[in-house]
Ligand binder design. Structure first.
Ligand SMILES: Nc1ncnc2c1ncn2[C@@H]1O[C@H](COP(=O)(O)OP(=O)(O)OP(=O)(O)O)[C@@H](O)[C@H]1O
Ligand SMILES: [Mg+2]
Length: 237
């Protein structure tokens, strides 16, 4: 088969130049993707390390440690799944709901309420907060409102100015130690790691009826707020 020349040498040179440019562009994209993946892996490993660095002597038993560590890794796996599906962001309500549904199962509807505008979290905030909601949920099950048939959890969030405010409120707990001396992984994560990693301000109050956990975050880089909910706001990391 003989090729029929359809263009002169100058068009051919232009086509070659355009192809070369397209090739260079896609090579640059591959390089960017590779460096993004390396960055993600390094970060993910540091989160896994923070989970597994917990000293054995602080756990009630080896079984307890095993159970809690695998619960944490599973929570991290769930949010990584969401981040993959969501192209590097995840829906806040879905993250909280997933954690509560793992412990509440089918009877979740009347024991939890989630209320707030649509908010998507970028990778770092999504990973840290998913772990925080996992800790709050397991604590609620072990010591708090979810340890009782009639206990409830309500989570509300809002955007005010350039800050995000969230309140986790448990109710229906008749007796509670108002100042527990123990500080395990849960309190460490909420009271120390969230402020350090995300610049959050957090407060855990052991109030009558159930704990209240308040989390306040700067919006920049951590959250993507739908512009229709807060006019003028559209943030990306
Ligand atoms: N929702 C809650 N209701 C009542 N008390 C709570 C609640 N969450 C935590 N506490 C109290 O605060 C203490 C510290 O909680 P924290 O999550 O830091 O540790 P832990 O759950 O005991 O252990 P770890 O989180 O390391 O598995 C608990 O031992 C408990 O006494
Ligand atoms: Mg705990």
């Amino acid at each position: 088969v003989q090729a029929v020349p359809t263009s002169g040498p100058s068009t051919e040179a232009a086509e070659i130049a355009a192809l070369r440019e397209a090739l260079e562009r896609s090579e640059a994209q591959v390089r960017a993707l590779r460096s993004d993946t390396q960055h993600r892996i390094r970060n993910l490993l540091s989160v896994v390390r923070s989970i597994s660095a917990r000293p054995i002597e602080r756990a009630a038993s080896l079984e307890d440690l095993e159970l809690h560590q695998s619960g944490r890794i599973n929570a991290l796996a769930r949010v990584e799944d969401m981040l993959l599906r969501g192209d590097n962001s995840a829906d806040l309500e879905e993250i909280i709901d997933e954690e509560l549904l793992v412990v509440l199962g089918g009877q979740g509807d009347d024991r939890r309420s989630l209320e707030g505008p649509p908010v998507r979290l970028t990778v770092k905030a999504a990973e840290r907060l998913a772990l925080a909601f996992h800790e709050l949920t397991t604590n609620a099950l072990k010591f708090g409102a979810l340890s009782r048939e009639d206990g409830r959890v309500s989570v509300e969030w809002r955007i005010a100015g350039d800050r995000f405010h969230l309140t986790w409120r448990e109710s229906g707990l008749p007796v509670m130690n108002r100042s527990p001396s123990r500080r395990g992984f849960g309190r460490d994560l909420i009271e120390t790691a969230l402020p350090y990693d995300l610049g959050a301000q957090t407060r855990l109050s052991f109030a009558p009826g159930g704990i209240i956990c308040e989390i306040e975050l700067p919006l920049t880089g951590l959250l993507i707020v739908s512009a229709s909910d807060v006019p003028g706001l559209e943030m990306r990391s």
